[in-house]
Design a binder for this molecule. Structure first.
Ligand code: FES
Length: 64
């Protein structure tokens, strides 16, 4: 699903970029340009980011 229409960025691309180490909105904007034009994708991108960070934290807790 396209999240950022201005730059053609999908939810899976955002998730992959988070997995690759971008853990802030600023880093996602630097990597993918999400939110850098009209800004309409910011809310959805932040939701994906928060969900992924929760999953990463839970996975780390399971290992510890
Ligand atoms: Fe992402 Fe416009 S939809 S900057």
């Amino acid at each position: 699903m396209y999240v950022c229409i201005c730059h053609g960025v999908t939810d899976s691309k955002i998730a992959d970029t988070i997995d690759d180490g971008a853990h802030t909105m600023k880093e996602l904007t630097a990597e993918l340009k999400v939110g850098s034009q009209c800004g309409k994708c910011c809310q959805c991108t932040k939701k994906i980011l928060n969900t992924k960070l929760m999953q990463i934290a839970e996975a780390q807790a399971d290992v510890a």
